[in-house]
Structures are given as structure tokens and as C-alpha cells.
Design a protein around this ligand. Structure first.
Ligand code: ATR
Length: 266
């Protein structure tokens, strides 16, 4: 029931209307019996969004494209990991003090942990925000990272920050890795017929992960399945980052199977 004691959580992004955040967070609040509601706000500027959090005493917020960097200068404290990554995707309102975290990093790594990361060669395709969070998460687990990216300069810059090797996109088919992760929008609707990594370079021993979750079965994951690889779909990371946010806000670990099923059945 929504009443005068209901706590407000929200998403700030632009665009924000397509987000699955409200569906899973509200399902988790209900499941855990928490009197709270989560709404998506398509906002124009980070300063205004943060002011709204203070004014309305919003208890927590998810921050997404394009505000993950610009929001940082408006909040009161930034977690060291978020500072290193250079992006905040979660705000926690702790009695009026707005704290910023980055749950993308641990979320990116969580689905890979069961396969072991330490000592494994992990190839990240792309060098944007998602790639940065992943690269830091994998570096923290002592993975050996290869970055490949369309724009060489951007790829090399990321590789340098995490002590990784850079391999130009034209040489992708020569990449030998245990894990391949697509962090680009290649394969995402409306580019669902494109593939982010050459299928002929996939081998059955590889773990192949995609951060794209629309569609859930991207061309990359389809090709990887055909080769007999282990695949991890984009919902895994999306749900893991949302679950970590939920825990930061409430101190309660949500049911991630419920979150996944809620999205799949939405
Ligand atoms: P996000 O924050 O979601 O990671 P981003 O910062 O815009 O998004 O990064 C997108 C990444 O996908 C970049 O590495 C981009 O490559 P460039 O650095 O060359 O721009 C990559 N990317 C997006 N569309 C691509 C395409 N059609 N082909 C190759 N790479 C693409």
C-alpha cells in the first residue's frame, strides 16, 4: 500500500522510459515487504536531479546515461571504486548526505565469478562506460585483460588505465582469450543483426558474455551457443547491478530470480 510513510526511490536518465528498473525494484520492494516505490524520471540535468533528491528526500537513485559522470560533482561523497572508474550509477541518501557508488563494476564481474577470473584472459570489446566498469572489476580480480575497440585511441587509453593489452578491431579474429565480453551496442535492437566479435574466432572452451539484453539472445550469444561456448546474457549484469543497488538502499539482498522472471514476463 502507498501511504504517507512510503519512501521514494528513482531512476535518473535520458532516455529513461524504456528502463526495466521500475519493474524489478518495485517487484523486490513488494517481495521484501518494504514500503517504498521506485519511479523513472527522464531529466534534463544532473544538478536539477540531485536538487530533487534533497528537496523531496528521495532515499536513493539509480543514475544512467548520460548522467553517470556529471552527477558526481553534485553529490556529497563518492565511494573510492566509483571515483577510480569515474562514474556513479547509484545514489544513497543517508540522512541528507548523498553518497555515490558504482555497482556496475561488481555486477559485471558477478556472473563471471563462478568461472574464475584470476589468471584468465578476458577480452573486452568496446571502451565506453560499461567497458570501463568491467575492466576495473576484472583487473581487481587479477584477470589478464585485452581491450579491443573501433576507435583505437579510446581503446588504448582504457587499456593503459587497467594495465591491459590493446588489440585493434581489425585484428579481432586473432584474439585468444578465455572470456569474451561485448560492451558495445552492436547486436542491440535495432542493430540486432550485427555481431560484435567474429564468430570464426569463438572456441567451445570460451565463456562469452554480452551486456546487451534487448534482445536477450544476441547474434553473438547465438553464435557462441552454436560453437558450444558457455554464454552469459545481458540480464545477468543488469540484474546484478540492480540487486547491489537494492542492497545499498535497504540492507536487504533481493531475490534475483524474481527480478529476472519479472523482466522476462513483463
Ligand atoms: P556505454 O557507456 O553504454 O558503454 P559508450 O560510452 O557510448 O556507451 O560506449 C560505447 C562503446 O561501443 C564504444 O566503445 C564504441 O566504440 P567507439 O569508442 O569507437 O565509439 C562502441 N561502439 C558503439 N557502436 C559501435 C559500432 N557500430 N561498431 C563498433 N563499436 C561500436
Amino acid at each position: 500500500m502507498i501511504d504517507a510513510a512510503t519512501r521514494l526511490y528513482c531512476l535518473f536518465g535520458n532516455p529513461a522510459r524504456h528502463s526495466k528498473g521500475p519493474v524489478i525494484h518495485n517487484a523486490a520492494f513488494k517481495d521484501k515487504g518494504i514500503n517504498a516505490v521506485y519511479l523513472a524520471f527522464e531529466v534534463q540535468d544532473a544538478a536539477g536531479a540531485v536538487q530533487a533528491v534533497r528537496t523531496l528526500d528521495i532515499k536513493g537513485a539509480s543514475v544512467t546515461i548520460p548522467f553517470k559522470e556529471s552527477i558526481m560533482e553534485h553529490i556529497d561523497w563518492i565511494d573510492p571504486t566509483a571515483r577510480v572508474i569515474g562514474a556513479v550509477n547509484t545514489i544513497v541518501n543517508e540522512n541528507g548526505v548523498l553518497k555515490g557508488y558504482n555497482t556496475d563494476c561488481q555486477a559485471a564481474v558477478a556472473p563471471l565469478v563462478p568461472f574464475g577470473i584470476s589468471g584468465k584472459t578476458v577480452c573486452i570489446v568496446g571502451a565506453g562506460g560499461a567497458a570501463r566498469a568491467l575492466a576495473h572489476g576484472i583487473a581487481a580480480q587479477n584477470g589478464d585483460i585485452i581491450i579491443t575497440n573501433r576507435t583505437e585511441q579510446k581503446g588504448r587509453a582504457l587499456a593503459e588505465t587497467v594495465n591491459a593489452r590493446f588489440i585493434p578491431a581489425e585484428e579481432m579474429e586473432n584474439i585468444q582469450a578465455d572470456v569474451i565480453i561485448n560492451t558495445t551496442s552492436i547486436g542491440m535492437t535495432p542493430k540486432e543483426n550485427e555481431i560484435s566479435f567474429p564468430p570464426e574466432a569463438l572456441r567451445s572452451e570460451m565463456v562469452v558474455m554480452d551486456v546487451v539484453y534487448t534482445p536477450l539472445r544476441t547474434r553473438l550469444l547465438e553464435a557462441a551457443e552454436q560453437k558450444g561456448c558457455t554464454t552469459i546474457d545481458g540480464l545477468s549484469m543488469f540484474i546484478a547491478q540492480a540487486a547491489a543497488q537494492f542492497e545499498l538502499w535497504t540492507g536487504i539482498i533481493p531475490d534475483t530470480d524474481l527480478m529476472r522472471n519479472t523482466i522476462i514476463n513483463d
